[in-house]
Design a protein around this ligand. Structure first.
Ligand SMILES: Nc1ccn([C@@H]2O[C@H](COP(=O)(O)OP(=O)(O)OP(=O)(O)O)[C@@H](O)[C@H]2O)c(=O)n1
Ligand SMILES: C[C@](O)(CO)[C@H](O)COP(=O)(O)O
Length: 250
C-alpha cells in the first residue's frame, strides 16, 4: 500500500457515497451490519477511513440505517478522521439502490466524480480506490474493480423449494468472468442519469449504467476488498486487520 494517494486537483472533485443502511441478515442476528465492530471499531468507520484515505476524496456521504442517522453522526464525531474531508450523513432506504439514490441526492455542486462504496467492504486498500478514480479521470464514465474467479461457476435452474436439487443449465467460461467489488467510480452525470432512468432491481450501480448502453470498464480489484457478508467473513476481516497491525509494527 502506498503512503501517498492521488492528489486532489481542483478541476475534478470526488465524493464517495457509502451505502450502510443494510441489516446484515446473512451475518446473523445483531446490530445493523455496518455498526458491528471489527477490532473494536465499527465496520462503517473502517469503510469511511478507507475512502477518506484517498487524497482525491473531498466528501464522504454516509447512508445510515433508516433510524440510525443520529447514531452514525455521533460515531463519526467520536472517531479520528482526516480534516481535509467533509462528512454528511443521510438516512437510507429499503434497498441498496434506494440508499445510494438518497446519498446522490445530497451531493453538492462541484463534485464531478462519484464513488459508491459498500460499508460492508471495510478493508479496501487506498491504492484500489485511487486506481478507480484515476480511470474515471482518464475518461471512463464507469469503472469497477474486480477479480478473476477461483471457483468454476454453474448457471442453474433455481430450486422452487429450498433443499431440492437444481439442474445445471450451463457452465460459463470462467476466464471471461470477474467478481465485482467496490468502490465503483462514475462521472457524476452518468451515475445520476442511471439512477433516474433504471427502475429494475439490480445488485450494483455499474449494471444500471450498463442498462443505459454506456461502456463500463474493469480495473484490478484487491483480495482485501472482500465483502463482509457471512460470519466467516468477520474472521477473515479480523485476520487482515491483525496482519496489518503486525506489518505496521503496533
Ligand atoms: N437497504 C439497504 C441495503 C443494503 N445497503 C448497503 O449495501 C451494501 C451491500 O449490501 P449487503 O452486503 O447485501 O448488506 P446487507 O443488505 O446489510 O446484507 P444482507 O443482504 O445479508 O441483509 C452494504 O454496505 C449495505 O449496508 C444499504 O445501504 N441499504
Ligand atoms: C455492489 C456489490 O458489492 C458488488 O459486488 C454487490 O453486488 C452487493 O450485493 P449485495 O447482495 O447487496 O451484497
Amino acid at each position: 500500500m502506498s503512503d501517498v494517494s492521488l492528489p486532489s486537483p481542483p478541476e475534478a472533485r470526488t465524493a464517495a457515497v457509502i451505502p450502510a443502511a443494510g441489516r446484515g441478515v446473512r451475518l446473523g442476528p445483531g446490530a445493523p451490519k455496518a455498526l458491528r465492530a471489527l477490532n473494536g471499531t465499527p465496520m462503517l468507520i473502517h469503510a469511511v477511513r478507507a475512502m477518506a484515505a484517498s487524497r482525491a476524496v473531498s466528501l464522504v456521504v454516509v447512508v445510515a440505517p433508516p433510524d440510525g442517522a443520529a447514531e452514525v453522526k455521533t460515531l463519526l464525531d467520536a472517531h479520528a478522521l482526516p480534516d481535509r474531508t467533509d462528512f454528511v450523513v443521510v438516512p437510507g432506504g429499503d434497498s441498496r439502490q434506494e440508499s445510494v439514490k438518497y446519498g446522490l441526492d445530497v451531493l453538492p455542486p462541484g463534485i464531478d466524480i462519484v464513488l459508491v462504496h459498500d460499508a460492508a467492504r471495510p478493508l479496501v486498500p487506498v491504492d484500489t480506490v485511487d486506481a478507480v478514480i484515476e480511470a474515471v479521470r482518464d475518461g471512463a464514465p464507469a469503472v469497477v474493480p474486480a477479480l478473476p474467479l477461483a471457483d468454476t461457476v454453474k448457471e442453474v435452474e433455481p430450486a422452487a423449494v429450498a433443499g431440492e436439487v437444481e439442474p445445471v443449465v450451463a457452465t460459463p467460461e470462467r476466464a471471461r468472468l470477474r467478481a465485482v467489488q467496490t468502490p465503483q467510480g462514475f462521472d457524476r452525470e452518468t451515475l445520476l442519469r442511471a439512477h433516474e432512468t433504471v427502475t429494475d432491481d439490480v445488485t450494483d450501480d455499474a449494471s444500471m449504467v450498463e442498462q443505459l448502453g454506456v461502456r463500463v470498464v474493469v480495473v484490478p480489484g484487491h483480495e482485501e476488498a472482500f465483502k463482509v457478508t457471512r460470519p466467516l467473513d468477520l474472521v477473515l476481516a479480523e485476520a487482515v486487520l491483525a496482519r496489518r497491525r503486525l506489518n505496521d509494527g503496533f
